[in-house]
Design a protein around this ligand. Structure first.
Ligand SMILES: CC(C)(COP(=O)(O)OP(=O)(O)OC[C@H]1O[C@@H](n2cnc3c(N)ncnc32)[C@H](O)[C@@H]1OP(=O)(O)O)[C@@H](O)C(=O)NCCC(=O)NCCSC(=O)C[C@@H](O)CCCCCCCCCCCCC(=O)O
Length: 719
């Protein structure tokens, strides 16, 4: 796990060999201990270079090992021996030096980085802190403000920035190992005392307390309830106020408070879930690593509304030429201006030049005859979408791939009107499409493995986290949203206020509660869907009992809000009031309170006190319960996929891991009991009835989330 070679007759070259990222597993730590001992004791060796195999220095501790008992040599004493030695040790950083990888480099006396390398201490994103001396050594090297920023955010820096900050001694465009070997030979005669970071005093700003206070407040505002960044601040404070040896002790005490926490488990689960989500499999057996995606050299976007514009920008900024289509001249011109503006702002933010020349705007579908792929993003109306796909079948060459950006309509019904149903797939982007990372790739029963591979790969190219899902109304994300938001409106009827429900959800960690989020998205969207599905509007039979639809409980308060022209932020009024149309600062609105009270009086509903615990349980357990049904139905392949969708598309707090992981952390038995309890109280709400899969998992002893698949695999799969 660490290779030893003698180069240039006197330099020991130690190569970490644990692909793909040379993580510091127990075997690698053993390897470093053995090879360092050999290098330090061999009189022929005058200097040491440490590098990583396959152009990657080191991705840090092996995160998989955190789940079991810690084995093998502990990192800090091992690294102490590197720093304490009398032979210069140089880190040759290629690819990445992250977490424990950068900490290893900080124990070396010198660091040389390849110009494409990235460095950072991302432990905070895993719910822990850099506990191999990182919180004590980086501040000594680059000062408190810069170290604090890097450690509390986990941000990666480029080699150039690392050089500017003083993290590395040299950046090279050549082979970093060869440069490091030459560097090491020159360093042989030089004194090492000033290169040992443990012996340095941390340069301290005069306003230390104010700085730490400001950073703490910023964290509390941005990452409510998240423990690791606050522990990082305390560890960095120790670097400023304590001698090194005591600081190291403080660092490991703080690590002990985080290491086994639920937040650390959730964040580490998210790390792996994100990577698992890309690994799709179809019922045919075709899977992510054996189907070659088609290369997309040109694309078209139909419809330049909010979604179409964002999709056009996402394609153009990764270098794909785009033809954008609108139905009339005025809409085309507005769309053109918006897309160019968005592209320019995006390019400015990224410090690159805007790729205008990749965009072409047209009114005619016939211009799409030669494109490789079309993404339809017209209004959410089945008849309209079908007519677009019929037209496309006539004008596009037979190999052109057809994608629809529907947020919940039947992808297979659209495929059915085309001349190529096997080349049709859903690409459900989230608004704003050039910002949001999530992409649901909706596989219809006739979608070929090639189009699945192509859509997933295109999503990746656009920087999206892509998840393959099956075809059903609302797919995964929006299907689960319904029971969640239904519970919120039932709670309103029963006595809660929008502010109370939002606060409970935001205290739980959501960036926005359900009502603030609906105001942002626009209340008219859901209203239109409810009208189309006969839940409200003129088509409802007047004899229908007022608070029941289609045989189940229904709350018409959201319809009443829309009937008043309150569509959310864009109209300046929704569940909240805003200072102007388009305003973002939500204030409680007494008119909404009156509306709810009048409604309760009309139906004789006696409001009751509702606790935050009930809000969280009813909203989130109903959400997870639908997730279990989605797994049963084979619409999502695994719980990780559902969690990734909720993390990246719906603002589910990452430190809770996603709805399915959260349910497993609460305990499936408890989730089942609470759902049974709430369903007994509300028998006309089928979403509260525990799903068969949840019951099955509880009966099997509530296995960890990673094992649920074993209990689902016999079921029908749409994926
Ligand atoms: C490195 C990357 C940037 C590469 O990205 P890329 O896109 O190229 O590739 P992938 O992300 O797809 O990864 C490929 C493959 O590799 C797996 N992987 C990546 N990194 C790791 C890793 N660090 N460990 C394990 N596996 C890893 C990944 O899952 C993929 O696998 P697959 O099967 O899907 O192919 C990118 O991967 C990346 O960003 N990686 C993570 C980098 C990171 O976060 N590093 C920090 C790790 S944590 C750390 O280093 C901690 C240190 O500070 C050491 C601390 C000392 C610990 C001491 C413990 C003390 C405990 C005391 C408490 C005691 C309590 C008590 O009991 O009392």
């Amino acid at each position: 796990m660490a290779r030893y070679e003698l180069v240039k007759r006197s330099v020991a070259l130690i190569t970490l060999t644990n692909p793909p990222v040379n993580a510091l597993s127990s075997a690698v730590r053993h390897g470093i201990a053995k090879t360092m001992e050999r290098a330090l004791s061999d009189p022929k060796v005058t200097a040491v270079v440490i590098c990583g195999e396959n152009g990657r220095f080191c991705g840090g501790a092996d995160i998989r090992e955190f789940a079991g008992p810690l084995r093998g040599p502990p990192l800090v004493p091992l690294l102490d021996s590197i720093e304490a030695g009398e032979k210069p040790v140089v880190a040759a950083i290629e690819g990445v030096a992250l977490g424990g990888g950068l900490e290893l480099a900080l124990f070396c006396h010198y660091r040389i980085a390849h110009f494409k390398a990235r460095l950072g201490l991302p432990e905070v994103t895993l719910g822990i802190l850099p506990a191999a001396g990182g919180t004590q050594r980086l501040p000594r090297l680059i000062g408190i403000p810069a170290a604090l920023e890097l450690i509390t955010t986990g941000r990666h820096v480029s080699a150039q920035e690392a050089l500017k900050l003083g993290i590395v001694d040299q950046v090279t465009e050549q082979n970093a190992c060869e440069v490091a070997v030459e560097f090491a030979l020159r360093a042989v005669a030089k004194p090492l005392s000033s290169r040992r970071l443990s012996s340095l005093t941390t340069p301290c700003p005069p306003n230390l307390d104010a700085l730490l206070e400001a950073v703490t407040m910023q964290i509390q505002k941005k990452a409510r309830g998240v423990m690791a960044p606050l522990a990082c601040v305390q560890a960095v404070r120790a670097a400023a106020t304590m001698p090194y040896s005591q600081g190291i002790k403080r660092e490991s005490e703080l690590m002990a408070t985080l290491f086994n926490s639920g937040q650390a488990r959730a964040l580490q689960y998210c790390f792996f879930a994100e990577r698992t989500a890309g690994k799709w499999t179809l019922p045919s057996g075709a899977q992510w690593n054996d189907i070659k995606p088609r290369e997309i050299r040109s694309a078209a976007v139909i419809g330049l509304g909010t979604m179409g514009r964002g999709i056009a920008v996402s394609l153009a900024r990764v270098g794909i030429p785009v033809i954008a289509v609108e139905s009339d001249k005025k809409l085309l011109e507005t769309g053109r201006q918006m897309v160019i503006g968005m592209l320019e702002r995006d390019a400015k933010r990224r410090g690159v030049s805007a790729s205008h020349n990749l965009l072409k705007f047209t009114l005619g579908l016939q211009d799409l005859k030669d494109v490789d792929l079309v993404i339809e993003a017209v209004f959410e109306d089945m008849a309209l979408k079908k007519s677009v796909f019929r037209e496309l079948s006539k004008v596009c060459r037979p190999a052109t791939l057809f994608c629809t950006n529907t947020s919940g309509l039947d992808v297979d019904a659209l495929a059915g009107v085309t001349d190529r149903p096997q080349l049709v797939i859903g690409m459900h982007f989230f608004s704003p499409a050039h910002v949001m990372k999530l992409l649901e790739v909706v596989c219809g029963p006739r979608s070929s493995s090639e189009i699945v591979a192509t859509a997933m790969s295109l999503g990746k190219r656009m920087g999206k986290v892509s998840v393959a899902v099956g075809n059903c109304p609302g797919f995964v994300g929006n299907r689960m949203l319904k029971p969640y938001s239904d519970q919120a409106t039932f709670l309103l009827e029963e006595g809660a206020t929008p502010e109370q429900i939002d606060k409970a959800l935001e205290d739980f960690g959501f960036a926005m509660g359900v009502f603030r989020m609906s105001d942002l998205a626009g209340l008219d969207v859901g209203w239109r869907v409810r009208k189309e599905s006969g839940l409200t509007g003129p088509d409802v039979d007047p004899k229908n009992p007022p608070r029941r639809r289609q045989g189940r409980k229904y709350c018409p308060i959201p319809d009443m809000v829309c009937e008043q022209g309150r569509f959310g932020q864009k109209t300046g009024r929704g569940w909240y009031m805003y200072d102007k149309p388009g305003g973002t600062k939500a204030k409680p609105d007494p008119l909404i309170q009156n509306l709810i009270e009048m409604y309760r009086n009309r139906y004789g509903i006696q409001p009751r006190n509702i606790t935050d615990q009930e809000i969280i349980e009813r909203c989130l357990f109903a959400l997870a319960n639908e997730g279990f049904r989605i797994l049963e139905d084979g619409i999502a392949a695994r719980p990780e996929d559902i969690d990734v969708i909720y993390l990246f598309g719906y603002g589910f707090p990452r430190h809770r891991g996603g709805p399915m992981f959260y349910a497993s952390m609460v305990g499936l038995q408890r989730v089942l009991e609470r759902l049974e309890h709430y369903h007994q109280a509300h028998p006309d709400v089928p979403h509260l009835e525990p799903s068969p899969l949840l019951k099955k998992l509880v009966a099997c002893g509530s296995p960890p989330v990673q094992k649920w698949r074993e209990h689902i695999k016999t079921m029908h799969s749409h994926l």
